[in-house]
Design a protein around this ligand. Structure first.
Ligand SMILES: [Zn+2]
Length: 278
């Protein structure tokens, strides 16, 4: 699933193609994409709209349109946006004809992606505030903020950092990469981390995300750039997906376990397992 670095990669690639362009025609073929809104009504409203800015919040891509309208796109599992594909790709769920003959296709084999059109910045902000916690790389993303939210929580720290209402944009890959960088076991109860550990983890989350952005995202599944190319972060994972391989720090084999049902990679030497009190 695309996480913050993958969505940010799409945003950076899409912005120069889309900003200042007019959507001359919009065709939405999948009612699920815009539900509960009627896809025909959304397509009508998008037709003639001018894209002023392509932004991002957490894993949401945000097209700011003229008239203070905001289209929030979430790619979920397999969503992709392809600019000027050589031919129409399979699983195209929406097609946008742009000015000067350009085309943008929204492709989604598994159809979990969503699009919401919101009117006015307050509606946009309220929608996002309900769903997203602290955004990495902003001043609100502090160790003190994270620690305050985690106080008294017994859930594993990995589940805490995957919760979008706590931290925006981190998913399974970058959670494992960050916890490894911080030397923290994913099963450690979130409420038990020390201030020093929160500071390390905060920094490690931003380092892992920045490395992912630098590599233009990870393509372990369907993630594609707007020109169809793949990201390269999957070749730079420190821990994710490396079960049985030697830890880059200590050489001991990496283990796979499950935390909250999610496959999780850990070096139990560099990330000591929390002691269980009996
Ligand atoms: Zn190790």
């Amino acid at each position: 699933m695309p996480e913050l670095p993958e969505v940010e990669t799409i945003r950076r690639q899409l912005a120069p193609h889309l900003e200042g362009r007019t959507i001359e025609a919009a065709e939405i073929r999948d009612w699920r994409w815009t539900r509960p809104a009627d896809p025909g009504l959304i397509a009508t409203e998008l037709t003639g709209a001018r894209v002023e800015k392509v932004g991002r919040a957490g894993k949401y891509l945000i097209w700011a349109l003229d008239g203070d309208r905001h289209l929030l796109i979430h790619l979920r599992m397999t969503g992709a946006l392809l600019f000027d594909p050589p031919e129409e790709p399979p699983h195209t769920r929406a097609r946008f004809d742009l000015d000067k003959g350009h085309v943008l296709d929204y492709v989604d084999p598994r159809r979990f992606g969503t699009a919401h059109l919101l009117h006015g910045a307050p509606a946009r902000d309220a929608y996002l505030a309900e769903r997203l916690g602290a955004e990495p790389f902003t001043p609100e993303f502090t160790a003190a903020n994270l620690r305050a939210q985690a106080r008294g929580r017994t859930a594993p720290v990995k589940s805490f950092i995957l919760d979008q209402r706590r931290i925006a944009g981190v998913g399974n890959i970058y959670a494992d990469e960050a916890l490894f960088r911080a030397g923290i076991h994913p099963l450690r109860p979130a409420g038990k981390l020390t201030p020093a550990q929160w500071e390390r983890l905060r920094g490690a989350i931003e380092e892992a995300l920045a490395a992912g952005i630098d590599a233009q995202g990870a393509s372990i599944d369907d993630f594609r750039h707007v020109d169809g190319a793949r990201g390269s972060f999957q070749d730079r994972f420190l821990i994710y997906g490396r079960e049985g391989e030697p830890c880059v720090t200590c050489g001991r084999p990496i283990r796979k376990l499950y935390v909250g049902g999610r496959g999780t990679y850990v070096c139990e030497h560099c990330q000591p397992r929390p002691r269980v009190r009996r």
